[in-house]
Design a protein around this ligand. Structure first.
Ligand code: RFL
Ligand code: PHB
Length: 389
């Protein structure tokens, strides 16, 4: 098979780029390791910045998102039994959109189907080759058949565990990582959300987050030790631990019900540099991940896709490759700001095991300062709604 751009990974990053390029007549193929059902069963992001929503509209995939997504003009930080509202709209002049990654990915798949885009599922042993030549290619297995895609560019949009980043020589790739000593246990349930706006709760027993997908679908998280597994947490144990970490007035309103999904995600910060090697370009989680606390992960993927899409357009429409040459530096400048913000918010709100008394008092003081200063809250709001790209 021959194409211009071979995209490895059919998650939101890969599908969005595929759709944007196709609309401009740039031929591309997406190779996804798993089935569509598998990809759509993953419960991940819930909060989108408007920059992401703008790209979805540009990709002609924004209709359902605009109809069903909820605009949130603020959220709460709970501490010491009290709720403190962060007025995103008042502080930053902007808001966020609550629309689940699952739905957004579904919309992208449907758009790819409508346009007869080529998305190959269950592509096994995907492997890019000859990335530092003019004619790279990608091989994979379709059941027992060996397949090959010849292309001009390879996009690594295959997430943190993908193959693309690993195909950059170790002598070139620099990796920076921070692993946190806890994870998030997440539960999805068909219940009315406890609060119309998100609640981020700091508590000595550990962090908790009340989020939602709609007014009938709730998403909750609690901080758990890395040694815990999902089997350690019955639904009852989860609900009672969540209640203990929320202010009384919130806990009293909590509607519980059977979980329809339950999973544990370890928290990690990671950046790989550079994001380009020869004709391979990394995008999204393949190049960088953040702990979910600041809701930045998918939103950081959006700016990568925006830069990459415009760089590809300039290359194919005007023969101008400066965007491709500058991609890595430009993307990383914003990525690192999202890293800083996610690390800051994680450090502010979680309980760190064996944290010295000094660090605990500093954390308390940081939060008191934040909630007492319009300027500090303005900085939080500016980052949460998404820095410009
Ligand atoms: P994905 O979604 O991991 O997709 C990569 C795709 O590549 C496939 N793949 C391969 N395909 C072919 N060959 C291979 N060798 C392959 N290896 C892997 C995979 O099957 C997959 O389909 O990466 P992408 O597209 O870059 O998207 C990134 C987002 O998924 C991620 O950043 C967000 O989910 C992070 N995140 C959040 N981000 C936000 O902006 N706002 C949020 O509110 C938010 N909440 C979250 C989150 C992530 C979470 N977890 C579970 C880590 C909440 C949680 C709990
Ligand atoms: C979610 O709804 O899954 C969610 C929301 C906000 C976050 C992280 C996850 O910061």
């Amino acid at each position: 098979m021959e194409t211009k751009v071979c995209i490895i990974g059919g998650g939101p990053s890969g599908l969005l780029l595929s759709q944007l390029l196709h609309l401009k007549g740039i031929d591309n193929v997406v190779l996804e390791k798993h089935s569509r059902d598998h990809v759509l069963a993953r419960i991940r992001a819930g909060v989108l910045e408007h920059g992401f929503a703008r790209l979805m509209r540009e990709a002609e995939c924004g209709e359902r998102m605009d109809r069903e997504g909820e605009i949130h003009e603020g959220f709460f930080i709970a501490d010491a039994g009290r709720l403190n509202r962060i007025d995103l709209q008042g502080l930053s002049g902007n808001s966020v959109l609550v629309y689940g990654q699952t739905e957004l990915t579904r919309d992208l798949y449907e758009a790819r189907d409508r346009m007869r885009g080529v998305v190959i599922h269950n592509a096994q042993d995907v492997q890019p080759h000859d990335l530092d030549t003019e004619r790279p290619y990608v091989t994979y297995r379709d059941r027992d058949e060996a397949m090959r895609v010849d292309c001009e560019f390879v996009i690594g949009a295959d997430g943190f565990h993908g193959v693309s980043r690993k195909s950059i020589p170790k002598s070139v790739l620099r990796e920076a990582e921070k692993v946190y000593p806890f994870g998030w246990l997440g539960v999805l349930s068909h219940t009315r959300p406890v609060s119309p706006e998100l609640v981020y709760a700091r508590h000595p027993r550990g962090f908790a987050l009340c989020s939602l997908r709609s007014q009938t679908l709730s998403r909750y998280y609690i901080q758990v030790p890395l040694t815990d597994s999902v089997e350690d947490w019955s639904d009852d144990a989860f609900w009672s631990e969540l209640k203990r970490r929320l202010p009384e007035e919130v806990a009293a309103r909590l509607v519980t019900g059977p979980s329809i999904e339950k999973s544990i995600a370890p928290l990690r910060s990671f950046v790989a540099e550079p994001m380009r090697h020869g004709r391979l370009f990394l995008a999204g989680d393949a190049a960088h991940i953040v702990p979910p606390t600041g809701a930045r992960g998918l939103n950081s993927a959006a700016s990568d896709i925006h830069y990459l899409y415009h760089a590809m357009l300039a290359h194919y429409e005007r023969g101008d490759s400066s965007g491709l040459d500058g991609y890595s530096a430009k993307a990383l400048a914003r990525v690192w700001k999202a890293q800083r913000f996610s690390w800051w918010m994680t450090t502010l709100l979680h309980t760190f095991p064996d944290s010295p008394a000094y660090d605990q008092r500093l954390q308390q003081t940081e939060l008191e300062y934040l909630l007492s200063s319009e300027k500090a809250m303005g900085s939080l709001a500016e980052n949460y709604v998404g820095l410009p790209f």
